[in-house]
Write a protein that binds this ligand. Structure first.
Ligand SMILES: NC(=O)c1ccc[n+]([C@@H]2O[C@H](COP(=O)([O-])OP(=O)(O)OC[C@H]3O[C@@H](n4cnc5c(N)ncnc54)[C@H](O)[C@@H]3O)[C@@H](O)[C@H]2O)c1
Length: 245
């Protein structure tokens, strides 16, 4: 399969190119980036594009891919509602895989968190804590939001009704049922996430620590291969892994 990588000069792009170069089934036909020495776009004949760039860059690229019938694997996070609408529109024309986290471990965690939230009632307070390297541009991480959504699904509530993002000042007692999300930044941390269920007599913590960007890159390449022959639609990494309900 002929693939192109967008954001090839970046942290994730570098890892994706390294793994794609070693692949026996994928042919890397374009390393695209806005920086010097990189292709500006992908050539005709490209079958799938993998995008790990910047949220504002997504609409133009995904719309072009949809017009050309090229499948899209989207890893870029922090999209606005308007940018997400461009992704949804493209998914009507081509297969689009979108995930804030392409690692096997985090996709397993989503199931564990959903189950824990369904089992442990509102006497257990849910706090999601993430930490990433100091260069990360969006907060909280897309993965923290996915995990908070999984917890809300387990509780059968809408995350928007119960979420708070950080605390400051005289916030008063913690209401039960709240799901809080906190973002830490520093150093070179690839990506740590903990979902905590804090009760009066015990505390359950479910943690994932990515040790290398290879965890995400390998998943994104697997997702690109998976798009072959798929109908247009918006898919998740859980579909790719066969975890979807
Ligand atoms: N889904 C996942 O599993 C996952 C994992 C890690 C990071 N991410 C996300 O991927 C994105 C990139 O992360 P990173 O750490 O590699 O960032 P980075 O800043 O190191 O790299 C981004 C690259 O994209 C390039 N770029 C910007 N606009 C572009 C455009 N229009 N066309 C082509 N290239 C363009 C930049 O020049 C840069 O080289 C972020 O949104 C991050 O949150 C997702």
């Amino acid at each position: 399969m002929k693939i192109a990588i967008l954001g090839a000069a970046g942290r994730m792009g570098n890892m994706l190119c390294k793994l794609a170069d070693k692949s026996e089934t994928l042919e890397l036909v374009a390393k695209c980036d806005v920086t010097e020495d990189y292709a500006k776009t992908w050539p005709a004949g490209t079958e799938a594009v993998i995008d790990f760039t910047f949220h504002a860059a997504v609409p133009a690229n995904i719309t072009k891919a949809a017009e050309e019938g090229v499948a899209y694997v989207l890893g870029t996070t922090g999209l606005t509602q308007e940018e997400q609408a461009a992704v949804d529109a493209a998914a009507k024309k081509v297969p689009v895989v979108q995930s804030s986290n392409y690692s096997l471990g985090v996709n397993l965690l989503l199931d564990l968190v959903r189950r824990a939230a369904a089992t442990l009632d509102e006497e257990y307070d849910i706090e999601v804590v993430e930490m990433h390297h100091r260069m990360k541009k969006d907060a909280p991480s897309g993965t923290a939001i996915m995990l908070a959504k999984a917890a809300a699904e387990g509780r059968e509530v809408d995350l928007d009704d119960v979420a708070i993002y950080g605390r400051e000042g005289i916030v008063g007692e913690r209401p039960s049922g709240e799901i809080a999300i906190h973002a830490l930044r520093g150093g070179s941390v690839v990506g740590d996430h903990t979902v905590m269920f804090a009760g009066d007599v015990e505390r359950v913590e479910i943690t994932h620590k990515a040790q290398s960007r290879e965890a995400f890159a390998a998943g994104a390449l697997r997702a690109a291969e998976w798009t072959a022959g798929k109908a247009p639609g918006l898919y998740s990494m859980r579909d790719v892994l066969g975890f979807a309900d």
